[in-house]
Design a protein around this ligand. Sequence first.
Ligand code: CP3
Length: 348
Amino acid sequence: MTAVGTTAPLLAAYRGEPVTRHPVWFMRQAGRSLPEYRRLREGTAMLDACLTPELAAEITVQPVRRHDVDAAIFFSDIVIPLRLAGVDVDIVPGVGPVLGSPVRTAADVDRLPHLDPAALAPVREGVAAAVSLLGGVPLIGFAGAPFTLASYLVEGRPNRELPATSALLATDPATWHRLLAWVADLTAAFLRAQADAGAQALQLFDSWVGRLSPEAYATAVQPHSAAVFAAVADLGLPRVHFGTATRQLLPAMLAAGADVVGVASDIGLDEASALLGNRVPLQGNLDPALLSADWASLEAATRDILRRGEAAPGHVFNLGHGVPPDTDPSVLTRLVELVHSIPTRQVD
Ligand code: CP3
C-alpha cells in the first residue's frame, strides 16, 4: 500500500482541493469479485463475517492491497444496524437481505426495537482494526439511507419495483414518516460508530431512491436523509451521498446536507456538475458493464469521465454502481493504474 502524506488524494478531492493524482475506489470493491475474499469467507455467513472484527478488517483491506485504490470502504452491509438493533434480518446467498417479517403497518413500526449503542462494538472494533492495517489510506464508513433501508424493511426481500414501499408511502404517510425517522436514527448511530473508530469519510447509499419524483423525494425522503447528515455534521468529515438514476434528484440530494455527490452512469459528470452549480465535488461514474468490455472501450470511457469530472471542483473516480460479481479483478487493477497515470489538472 502506498504511504500517503498529510492529505490523502481522496480527502483532498472530497474537499475540492488540488490532488497529486486522481483518487479512485470502487463501490463493492471488497467482496465477491476477489478470490482471496471468497477463500476467507468460506463457511462464514455474510452477516457473521461483517460482525467478526478481524475478518471484516482483513476483507476491507484486500482491495487496497490488490488494486492500490485510494480508499477502503468498511466491509459491512446496510442491514447490519438492523441486525444489531434486533430486527430479524439475514442475507440469503444469491438473494440479498431478507426480513423474518416485513414492516408494513403502524403496529409493525411500533414494534421496531431500540438500538443499544453497546451493540455497535463489533463495528467499532472492525473499523479500528481496518484503520490500523491501512497505514494511512483513508477508510470510508457508510450506511444505507432512510429510503433505501426502509424499502428493504417494507418489501421484506429485494424487489427493485418496490411495490409495498410505494403503497405505504402513498396510503399511510404518518407511518411512513415514523419508519423513516426510526431508520434515520439507526443510520446516524451506525455512521457515528464508524467515524469514532477512525473512518475519515462517510457515504450514505440511497441506491434505490432514483425511482421517486422530485416532489415525492422532497416530502417523503429528504427530511430524513437531512436528519442523518445533520446528526453527523459535527464530525467534520466529508459526507458523500449516492443513488442510482438520480438525475432529477441531484440538487435535492445535495440540499439534504451532502458535501460530495455520488453520480451513477445515467448522466455525464459535466452535466451533473452543472445541475449543482459547478461547486460540488463529485464521485463516479463508469458504467460497471464496461468492466467486461474490450480494453480500448474501457480506456476511452475512463478518459472521458476524467475529462468531464474537471467541471467539478473535485472528482473521485468510481463506478456508477457496484462492481459486478463476475468482474475480472485484473481489469480493476489495470483501471486503477490507468486513472493514476492520467495527469491531474493542477500542478503538484
Ligand atoms: O450496492 C449498493 O447499492 C450499495 C448499497 C448497498 C449495500 N448493500 C452496501 C454494501 C445495498 C443496496 C445493499 C443491500 C444488499 N446487501 C444487497 C443488494 C440486494 C438487492 O436489492 O439487489 C446484497 C446482495 C447484499 C448482501 C451483501 N452485501 C453481500 C453478499 C456482500 C459481500 C460480498 C459482495 O457481494 O460484494 C455485501 C457487502 C456490501 N454491501 C458492502 C457494501 C458497501 C461492502 C463491500 C464493498 O463495498 O466493498
